[in-house]
Design a protein around this ligand. Structure first.
Ligand SMILES: Nc1ncnc2c1ncn2[C@@H]1O[C@H](COP(=O)(O)OP(=O)(O)OP(=O)(O)O)[C@@H](O)[C@H]1O
Ligand SMILES: [Mg+2]
Length: 377
């Protein structure tokens, strides 16, 4: 459980105890957080008392009334700015002093909540801020550890997770309100759609786990002689039910032994993604040919499909995070757009490269080329 500290500075005891009560059992949880966040509320009746708390037990978030008996809220804000305290300040203010709140916002306050506020208003404001604090903390933490993480990545990610959650929430509300009438069968459609969205989210999370693993460095890598044919066979067997469902035929070609010094799990991820794409972006009754061979000191893993193909312009984008090609052929196919970016990162670790040959309607060939004797990066 992680806890964010909130300090509420207000001379009205009712507001202070109200905030404490509303946030006592409030939790903020996002699918990408390891654990939910809870809140510990501290109270101060004056600006002076607030500053004492800030000095001894620094809060993450400050809910600050402006009209106070001694020094004013705006002065507390100035103090925080001068001392460069890392606190997100939210002004609580009556409608009469909105102008002041606006000024406070331009002076560095993050937001303001007009008084009187409902529990829901307070909660949604705190939820927004929590997300900001969390992402900031996480970015700092990762930067501290010498890792690069892009803020945009997390924003896209939260969007990708939020969209299915919103959809499922909508469907549940429709069901709760019996919007389609009293018959249970009439809800089958929206239940199926909900299950689809859940499946999509799970796949995204699995992809994220792969990505985290790839990006978290090489500490856990387990290098050994890997039998590529065996790994390919496992990947194909795992994907077989999906291929049968899509009426796609898969064949594997390669003459043993095809051994590569590698981390078996990483190679599995590469195969899984290439083979699943070759099935997913195929046509009914199509084929997938997986071929592994050696050529000039390199191991070549080639996955060829008879599917929808793509343009040269698309090929240049598909290895970026979250990129999915949107067109008539792909509109009913779901995915997170992370698979190939993971594959690319993995192949880079082996000083390898990926070549794609494809054209719309003509199928695609993905060729992974990995040097056999070159030390891995
Ligand atoms: N074999 C293929 N044939 C045609 N298009 C493909 C093929 N493989 C990938 N693509 C295109 O590249 C995009 C990115 O693929 P990628 O594997 O990264 O993501 P995804 O399949 O959408 O999702 P997931 O993360 O679940 O794999 C796909 O959305 C698809 O448009
Ligand atoms: Mg994919």
């Amino acid at each position: 459980m992680s806890i964010l500290k909130i300090l509420v500075v207000d001379d009205e005891p009712g507001i202070r105890s109200g905030v404490t009560r509303i946030l006592r059992n409030f939790r903020v949880d996002y699918p990408f957080m390891e654990e939910p966040i809870e809140f510990e509320v501290m109270e101060a009746p004056t600006g002076e008392a607030g500053i004492t708390i800030i000095e001894t037990n620094i809060p993450d978030i400050l809910l600050l009334d402006n009209k106070l008996p001694g020094i004013q809220g705006i002065e507390v804000l100035e103090y925080i700015k001068k001392k460069k305290k890392d606190i997100i300040v939210v002004m609580i203010t009556s409608y009469a002093s909105l102008e002041l709140a606006v000024k406070a916002t331009s002076d560095g306050a993050y937001d303001f909540i007009p008084k009187p506020f409902t529990p829901q208003e307070l909660k949604s404001s705190i939820e927004n801020i929590t997300k900001r604090v969390f992402l900031k903390k996480m970015t700092n933490k990762l930067q501290d550890a010498g890792k690069k993480i892009r803020f945009t990545f997390l924003s896209i990610l939260s969007h990708e997770l939020k969209a299915p959650l919103n959809a499922i929430e909508g469907y549940l509300k429709m069901t709760k309100e019996r919007q389609l009438g009293p018959n249970l069968e009439d809800y089958d459609g929206i239940i199926d759609r909900s299950l689809d969205r859940i499946r999509g989210m799970r796949n995204l999370i699995l992809d994220l786990l792969d990505l985290t693993r790839v990006e978290s460095g090489k500490a856990k890598r387990n290098m050994a002689d890997v039998d590529l044919l065996k790994v390919a066979r496992t990947a194909i067997d795992t994907m077989r039910p999906y291929a049968i469902q899509r009426e796609v035929d898969i064949e594997l070609q390669g003459v043993a032994p095809l051994i590569l010094q590698a981390d078996e799990e990483e190679i599995e991820i590469i195969f899984n993604n290439l083979v699943s794409n070759a099935i997913k972006y195929n046509k009914e009754g199509g084929t997938v040919a997986c071929n592994i061979h050696k050529n000039e000191g390199c191991m070549i893993i080639q996955v060829e499909d008879s599917g929808i193909g793509m343009s040269q312009n698309d090929i240049e984008k598909i290895f970026d995070d979250f990129v999915r090609i949107k067109n008539e052929d792909t509109k009913n196919i779901s995915g997170s757009g992370l698979g190939l970016s993971i594959v690319k990162k993995l192949v880079d670790n082996y000083s390898g490269k990926i070549e794609v040959t494809s054209a719309p309607g003509q199928g695609s060939i993905f060729k992974v080329i990995i040097p056999i004797n070159q030390p891995c990066l």
